[in-house]
Ligand binder design. Structure first.
Ligand code: DAH
Length: 353
């Protein structure tokens, strides 16, 4: 008692199918309700017990064989389809790009890239911290105790915490100094570009803005090192060899002594020129790390000393790229970005782009 079909032939038929629909037609031909296998199964009742057993086994074997062949071939067709799809969708990244459909890098990002490049060449590494900070990291550890007037100066956004402790949206990037000193031993040499927040909004202030912090801690850092580092940075950043600058004494609770650095500028026909002239523009705050801050961060201030600095990225960006209205930086206006933005495919960060 044998079957009138040959499993090898069926397999060939299945493998010759080019589409899933063709496979389905063959599957129905053999396994469908009115297909060969179910029809043969129905006839089993007419057979003797012995024959029923033999033919039943044959039919079941054939059924499994066809099911496997169908499934295998379906997978093969699907894989081929996917391969072709991927081939068609692949992008040749070496092709010249189309300016019209390429997005632009925002001047703030470009400025951050530039800053990282310059300090990277001086062996500074980049650190980051969270936007929501503890009161300790943002204030207390930086020698700004509760009720200190410096807290008022920074118009803080407070974030209520479930355990009753106040968190804040960090008002400056300085708390990352604290985080870094708490987690690593000197020598430390870092910059921290990032977002900062103050409850301040007018034509020259936005509630969210960007700063870059710098911190160096070792056994022999001096104010002279701080000054030469900052001068070198600004000359590189603005690409000016003869930069006219001055350091003014200032006050920050976390540095002692503290200073602010101004650069000279001229403004003719509404065009700002950095580096020369008789007018001054404040560009950053800096100083020698206050020993109290080192101690708050478990660093022995009788062995280690350091310098720190902080500057506003929006201002640096506006001065370097000739952006006159700060609001443009945050308007999300595509025309504005097309004008002031930078090509993502140009790896140079210099202004000759
Ligand atoms: N954190 C200061 C601010 O937001 C800026 C600053 C000044 C940072 C002096 C420093 C520094 O690290 O030494 O106004």
């Amino acid at each position: 008692m044998s079957l009138s079909v040959d499993s090898v032939d069926i397999k060939k038929k299945i493998e010759n199918c080019k589409t899933l629909q063709e496979v389905e037609v063959i599957r129905l031909e053999y396994l469908g309700k009115k297909g060969l296998i179910p029809s043969e199964m129905k006839l089993l009742s007419q057979l003797s017990i012995e024959q029923k057993k033999i033919k039943g086994q044959q039919l079941n074997k054939l059924k499994t064989f066809i099911e496997d062949a169908v499934n295998d071939h379906k997978i093969l067709i699907e894989n081929k389809k996917l391969e072709e799809k991927l081939k068609n969708e692949s992008v040749d990244v070496t092709l010249p790009h189309n300016e019209e459909v390429t997005g632009k890098i925002h001047p703030i990002s470009q400025t951050i890239f530039s800053i990282i490049e310059i300090f990277g060449n001086l062996n500074y590494s980049v650190e980051a911290g969270p936007d929501i900070e503890s009161d300790f990291n943002n204030f207390s550890a930086l020698n700004i105790p509760p009720h200190h007037p410096a807290r008022e100066m920074q118009d803080t956004f407070y974030v209520n915490n479930a355990n009753g402790e106040d968190n804040v949206l960090r008002t400056h990037t300085s708390p990352v100094q604290v985080r870094t000193m708490l987690k690593s031993k000197p020598p430390i040499k870092i910059i921290v570009p990032g977002r900062t927040y103050r409850s301040d909004s007018d034509s020259t202030h936005t509630p969210m803005f960007h700063q870059v912090e710098g911190l160096l801690v070792n056994k022999d850092a001096t104010m002279a090192d701080l000054k030469s580092t900052l001068i070198l940075f600004l000359k590189e950043f603005f690409e000016i060899d003869n930069l006219k600058y001055r350091f003014r004494p200032s006050y920050f609770p976390f540095t002692e002594p503290s200073a602010e650095m101004d650069v000279a500028y001229t403004k003719k026909n509404n065009v700002l020129k950095i580096g020369e002239g008789d007018d001054w523009l404040e560009i950053l705050g800096c100083g020698m790390v206050n020993p109290k801050v080192l101690e708050n961060c478990n660093i022995d201030s009788s062995v280690y000393q350091g310098f720190a600095f902080g500057m506003g990225i929006e201002r640096l960006s506006m001065l370097k790229y000739g952006i006159t209205d700060m609001r443009g930086l945050f308007d999300l206006n595509l025309k504005w970005l097309d004008h002031y933005g930078f090509s993502p495919l140009d790896l140079k960060t210099r202004s000759e782009i």
